[in-house]
Design a protein. Sequence first.
Length: 325
Amino acid sequence: MTNIKKRHLPSNQSRFPMNWLRNTSYIILFTLLASSCDDSKKAEREAQELKEEERQLVLRRHKELEKERAEAQAQAQLKIEREKELAAKILAFELEQKQAEERKAAEKAAEFARLKEHSRREACRAFVGTEFDELNLPDDTSYTNVKVLDADAQGITIRHQHGARTIPYSKLPSKIQRACKYDPEAALLEFEENSKNITPPQNSARKPSSTPKKVASKPLPPETQSPKKKAVSPRGNLKVRVVSSSNGRKRLKVTAYSNVYAEVRSRTYATPFTIRSVPPNTKVEFHTYSDTSGRYNLQLLSTRGQQLDNESYLRKSGLKGARLD
């Protein structure tokens, strides 16, 4: 067997190619590793940037949606407020129209009531002075030589052959009720007003009997005949006091007293009219009103037209009548 001798090279020469190759491979490997690391970092960075862009896009979209939602809510709220405002205006207009209609109806009713009351007073005033040879009532009561002294909402005051009497409309014939335009509501109102204002008299005169006395067929002897009554001198007292004032019109408290049948009459207007009748020896209190400028002129007259006392917005009469306690 042939022995082949190995050629022994120097150590530095034998190792050089191997070291160079190894170093080169290391360099290439390191370069590849570094390149791969850079690529991975770059890919990771790009992925993060893409993710951040997507997040920003989502945020922008979310903000846009929030803004659109807020605008839609604002528009809806504005629409609701406008609808409420419109509904309130419509309701206010309807309420104003209703109030105007009610006010107009109330004014018409007040004007109708005023005209009705004026017509009733005129009818009563026109009926005063009417005379009857004989007045027959539904309850079979009869009066002769009757003259109407006064007429108001409750009834009439008459003078007949045997005295005087106040008769309510409920006891009068329907013909007289129609002539005086009898109104039960007006009668009730006047009755309530009188019940509040009239003070019961301390010494009321005896009412004349409505039943005619029988006249004796033969005259009594002179010594048994009753003496003639002395004629009563009509006297009266009128007191007017202003209790309140509104829009220039004054509310007056009137107190009247007379020892004969009398009436309180107003002469403020062109046509005088009777306000209240005053029975004899009875203090009567009631309220009335002046005209729109605050003027008033009240007179206390007897049934024969004699002036017993008067007061006006300028001065008192100064007449000395009956004492008013």
